[in-house]
Design a protein around this ligand. Structure first.
Ligand code: NAD
Length: 353
């Protein structure tokens, strides 16, 4: 069966790692009809919303996309393409597995953690007030009137909206993932001791969903405690379920446990569409140099294959990656080797034979 999938190479190192992942995916024998969408920082800045709308329509129609990273300017410029895609396509959950493959230099052998995070609401909702805008002053007045707290006129404000139903549907995805992938436990990660009306609501929603999944263990822990456990006893962490900002940080920490961002795949999933992309960004200083690690993008491809129901091909591709890693002579700089991106891709394709 052929699969219609959108391919967004992105910018920076995106096109290089997407080329590598595409050739590895095609070498499994699974047939793809790729709809390539040129959605990248530069073209988006010049071409505006039309490019984004075309890419969104393509993913909506096909239901699945493989996506390279896209850059976002810090402080000034357009808002993140990623956040726009997640919001427009309803990709409400982010799934980020970090698994150690033997042969990868890493602080812990055998670490195997999955972060499932909310992709919407929370501090990344993008509702912000600059200190010098009139609405910012109105909000500070409102805070003084309703809470008796005087905020200095230099204070900018980012809102952290978080609702129970949004938390619950991500929690259902986390428990569903745990069941489907034979994981033992889901841990809700929060700071409900300080933020009762946001993280507290998140925790309560997770507890309710946990009651419907008695076959999967459930506990909850404070985010600072989880950070400590991750870097000291990662075996105590299994599926970590969190609001977006903690999840963003935890998944980078987890990636560090298994060899770095070059080894960390991801998926952003919703009810109607899913986008598979590495955790890493566009790493602009490495762009065009054929030297970064394509495994994170290839492992995102493994997740895509599982999503498409191509389990045997997924196992074969993951096995080929593991074999190239274990063999050790064709690894990129971040794994202690000197091989190029394209050489690693060839090694994986050769293994798939
Ligand atoms: P980054 O992940 O792009 O790079 C940080 C560092 O990690 C790099 O300098 C490099 O040393 C290393 N690295 C990343 N990917 C690697 C790989 N495949 N192989 C080897 N080493 C790798 O993070 P950043 O520098 O904070 O962000 C750069 C840009 O990417 C920003 O514009 C940011 O907004 C964007 N970004 C996009 C996405 C996405 O599209 N999903 C995700 C994160 C960041």
């Amino acid at each position: 069966m052929r699969h219609d999938v959108t391919l967004i190479p992105g910018d920076g190192i995106g096109p290089e790692v997407c080329d590598a992942a595409r050739s590895a995916l095609e070498a499994t024998g699974v047939q793809f009809d790729w709809d390539v969408q040129a959605l990248a920082a530069e073209s988006y800045a010049a071409g505006g919303p039309a490019l984004l709308e075309r890419a969104i329509a393509s993913v909506r129609e096909r239901g699945a996309a493989l996506k390279g990273p896209t850059s976002t300017p810090a402080v000034k410029g357009f808002r993140s393409i990623n956040i726009a895609l997640r919001n427009e396509l309803g990709l409400y959950a982010g799934i980020r597995p970090s698994k150690h493959y033997p042969g990868v230099p890493a602080p812990f052998a055998g670490a195997d953690v999955v972060v499932v995070r909310m992709n919407q609401e929370d501090l990344y909702a993008g509702i912000e007030y600059a200190h010098d805008e009139p609405d910012g002053a109105r909000l500070r007045d409102f805070v003084r009137e309703t809470r008796g707290v005087e905020l200095s006129p230099e204070t900018g404000i980012s809102l952290k909206p978080l609702s129970g139903p949004a938390a619950a549907r991500v929690a259902r995805r986390a428990f569903g993932y745990a069941r489907a992938n034979g994981r033992r436990r889901v841990t809700a990660v929060h700071k409900a001791t300080v933020m009762r009306h946001t993280d507290g609501v998140f925790l309560e929603a997770c507890r309710e969903v946990a009651r419907d999944h008695p076959d999967v263990d459930f506990d909850d822990r404070l985010v600072d405690n989880v950070c400590h456990q991750l870097v000291s006893h990662p075996e105590t962490c299994d599926v970590l379920l969190s609001p977006i900002m903690y999840g963003d940080i935890l998944s980078d920490v987890a990636a560090g446990l298994v060899g770095g961002l070059g080894m960390a795949p991801g998926a952003n999933v919703g009810d109607a569409a899913s986008v598979f992309e590495a955790v890493h960004g566009s790493a602009p200083r490495h762009a065009g140099r054929d030297r970064v690690n394509p495994f994170a993008m290839m492992l995102s491809g493994v997740m895509l294959l599982r999503h498409l129901g191509e389990q045997p091909a997924a196992e074969r591709l993951e096995g080929a990656i593991a074999a190239v890693v274990a063999e050790g002579s064709t690894l990129t700089y971040d794994l202690g080797g000197g091989a190029s991106t394209s050489a690693v891709a060839r090694a994986v394709v050769d293994r798939l034979g």
